[in-house]
Design a protein around this ligand. Structure first.
Ligand code: SF4
Ligand code: SF4
Length: 458
């Protein structure tokens, strides 16, 4: 079994509610709301307007710079192009489509004649056109990760750890769609020019390991499944690289710096569908679970489906539901409404109704040091908290707060219930603001010096 990474915690995985339930297809929603930002980078520009007819797979949002295009997930009529609430907070420009339930496929969706004959350049172009991003929640554009990694990467890793409690969408995908995963892994091996791909799976998913090993043996695929010890955050890119290769990503670095590239299970399936069927990202598997959900399930639905429809499909929410979280309980974001759409990075929607709230109004650090032992990034959360709460931005930067992956392990382990991770999100923003202000001041100073020099020379 692969060696572990530093730190981490071992929360109750809470996966029994859904890990034995097959992925269900949601009855098509009457309306989808597709946000123009579902990726790392600037939002897309809408390509359609109210009244336009659209088909499944048609491009409706184009990116510039870093990003990925966005496609219609149902066929029908565009009702509006306007800001709507979305899971990252606030409103985002969105394309609202009224479903005509005809499920018409766009002429833009074309399967290649021979997927095995595609060149690396053609494959990357198709991955880009399909709007594929890191579907585990990071939402980094996949074509950029591939392009920037070619020539540097000698180890391609598929992330099947799914270490967050409650979430089982990847588990069910590995069990029900191993051919897509192994097929996607073979394409990745070809793109990176490596002779094998490693799939890392925590050993609480033995049935997934068996299902994928069976397909690997049948296809004689250049893929190996590596069982991993259960420990959160095993699914963090840097932790996974360390567990599988023994190499550590340097502070401020990326997996590519140590020769690794990591892809989520559902991202790998999306690559397979794009390169065999020409199909862009129009659907998502979402785990709907938590003590507030009447009948927890894994549901596949069109991108843009209102989250409230997922809860309806699970029998609704229980009385006393006090918290909604988009994502897992460790890293997800609390939501004030279920009136948000499923996006490419939405892996779970959780609702909580039982005696699970552990918030303390004015917590006091008891200096036990548990947060330091738990931090997988070798940080010192107790000091970072002090710096952030006092606005000590330089000290925060020196404490490497920008390396904090917001995994929540420190908050989970803290006996005083300090609001650590929340404070670090604020602290990171403070550092970013200061860096931007310093850069603007330096540029203004340089410009003033140049103007002065020009004035002297006149
Ligand atoms: S775990 Fe909590 S109480 Fe203990 S040192 Fe860290 S912040 Fe303080
Ligand atoms: S949230 Fe940040 S500081 Fe806390 S354990 Fe995770 S990486 Fe370390």
């Amino acid at each position: 079994m692969a060696q572990a990474f530093f730190g981490g915690v071992h929360p109750n995985d809470m996966k029994a509610a859904t890990n034995e339930k097959a992925i269900e297809q949601l009855a098509p929603p009457a309306e989808v709301v597709i946000p123009m930002s579902m990726h790392f980078g600037a939002p897309c520009t809408p390509l359609v307007k109210a009244g336009d007819h659209v088909k499944v797979g048609q491009k409706i949002g184009e990116f510039r710079g870093l990003g990925a295009p966005i496609h219609a997930s149902v066929s029908g009529t565009v009702k509006a192009v306007e800001p709507r609430p979305y899971s990252m907070g606030g409103n985002m420009m969105s394309v609202v489509i009224e479903n005509d339930f005809k499920d018409e496929l766009s002429e833009e969706v074309k399967a290649p004649a021979d997927p095995d004959a595609l060149t690396v350049e053609q494959m990357i172009e198709m991955v880009k056109d399909a709007g594929i991003v890191g579907m585990g929640g990071a939402t980094f554009p996949t074509h950029v990760k591939i392009t920037s990694g070619i020539g540097k990467v000698d180890t391609v890793i598929i992330n099947g750890a799914e270490c967050e409690p409650d979430i089982t969408g990847d588990h069910r995908t590995m069990l029900e769609r191993p051919e897509e995963i192994i097929g996607g892994a073979k394409f990745l091996a070809k793109m990176f020019g490596v002779d094998k791909v490693v799939i890392g799976v925590e050993d609480n998913k033995r049935n997934c390991i068996d299902a994928m090993n069976k397909v690997i043996a049948e296809q004689k695929a250049p893929v190996v499944v590596e069982p991993l010890r259960c420990r959160y955050p095993q699914g963090g890119e840097k932790q996974l690289c360390q567990a599988i290769t023994g190499r550590q990503v340097p502070p401020g670095g990326l997996p590519a710096d140590i020769g690794c590239a990591v892809f989520n299970i559902n991202t790998t399936c999306a690559i397979y569908r794009a390169l065999t069927q020409g199909m862009p990202v129009v659907k998502k598997v979402v785990t709907v679970s938590g003590s507030g959900v009447v009948e927890p399930k894994n549901i596949e639905c069109p991108i843009g489906t209102p989250v409230s429809k997922l809860f309806d499909a699970c029998g609704g929410l229980k009385d006393g539901t006090f918290k909604l979280i988009c994502g897992g309980p460790m890293m997800g974001m609390a939501q004030y409404t279920a009136d948000i759409p499923v996006a490419k990075g939405t892996g779970a929607m959780l609702a909580f109704a039982e005696d699970e709230e552990r918030t303390v109004e004015t917590p006091q650090c008891i200096r036990c040091g548990k947060c330091v032992s738990a931090c997988p990034m070798h940080l010192e959360p107790l000091f970072m908290y002090q710096y952030a709460s006092k606005g000590m931005v330089d000290e925060l930067n020196d404490a490497h707060i920008m390396d904090c992956m917001e995994c929540g392990a420190c908050s989970y382990i803290c006996p005083a219930r300090m609001h650590l991770t929340h404070m670090f999100k604020t602290g990171k923003q403070m550092v970013k603001d200061k860096m931007a202000a310093d850069k603007a001041a330096a540029e203004a100073k340089k410009k003033a010096a140049e103007e002065q020099k020009e004035a002297v020379n006149k």
